[in-house]
Design a protein around this ligand. Structure first.
Ligand code: SAM
Length: 233
């Protein structure tokens, strides 16, 4: 059982869900491949990863992202994500378009079926070079044959600027809420294995889902943990 291996320092504000033995409502510190390896198979209802884009990103103020310069983690991480996801459920993964082939290969190798694609439209440009880069991307991935959502959402969603105060690539909660709402149910366990400052977890909490975040960087783990505690207060 996973909880035997969790120390009090990396298990913040969590409790044990009723349907599974996975820790819930918590942010775990560590490498998501190792942490997911200790979760039960089929114990998560929806996965919403925002992984490193393999862009070797450095923000204007010098902040970087762990594992953004190599792809060794990609296949093992999605293989674990597939294993811990319940059958007939969804994963929505953001990705970086210059490496779409690598992401696609990792998802397919894990067993996911590619069943939809989402574009997040920005009113501003993240950078300007050959084009004004004004969108983010994600694929809708299925394990098994999930039911169609009760209210299908558009595959183009507005993406407001967060200011990136908590994380250099912070996702707006407003863009994540429709995803969590459409592809999970109240009480479900939502996992973000690359949770950064915890934006997905905030969306899950606001929609009365249970949440589980994993973050490798101790600084972002601490920010996400405090953010979720603050949200709960
Ligand atoms: C694109 S950022 C996520 C940003 C997040 N969506 C937010 O709104 O703050 C990806 C995160 O994955 C983390 N990361 C990279 N490799 C990881 C791994 N193997 N296990 C867990 N986290 C990892 C990085 O430290 C980074 O914070």
């Amino acid at each position: 059982m996973y909880l035997n291996n969790v120390t009090s320092t990396d298990f913040i504000g969590g409790d044990v869900g009723t349907r599974t033995e996975s820790p819930t409502n918590t942010v775990l510190s560590g490498d998501c491949i190792e942490v997911m390896d200790r979760l039960d198979a089929g114990s998560v209802d929806f996965i919403l990863p925002d992984p490193p884009y393999l862009a070797d990103y450095r923000s204007r103020d010098g902040r970087t992202i762990r594992n953004d310069a190599d792809d060794r983690w990609l296949k093992p991480a999605f293989s674990e994500a597939y294993r811990v996801l319940r059958r007939d459920r969804f994963c929505i993964s953001f990705y970086g378009w210059p490496h779409a082939d690598k992401f696609m290969a990792a998802w397919r190798a894990a067993g996911f079926r590619i069943v939809g694609h989402l574009v997040f439209r920005k009113a501003y440009a993240s950078s300007v070079r050959l084009l004004r880069y004004q969108h983010e991307l994600a694929y809708l991935l299925a394990k098994g044959s999930p039911k169609q959502p009760a209210c299908p959402i558009p595959d183009v969603i507005d993406f407001r600027y967060t200011g990136n105060r908590l994380h250099p690539t912070e996702k707006p909660v407003s863009a994540l809420l429709p995803l969590v709402c459409a592809f999970s149910n109240e009480g479900d366990l939502v996992l973000d294995p690359f949770c950064g400052s915890g934006s997905t977890l905030v969306a899950a909490r606001q929609l009365r889902r249970r949440f589980l975040g994993i973050e490798l960087d101790s600084g972002y783990h601490s920010i996400a943990s405090k953010r979720l505690q603050w949200e709960a207060a």
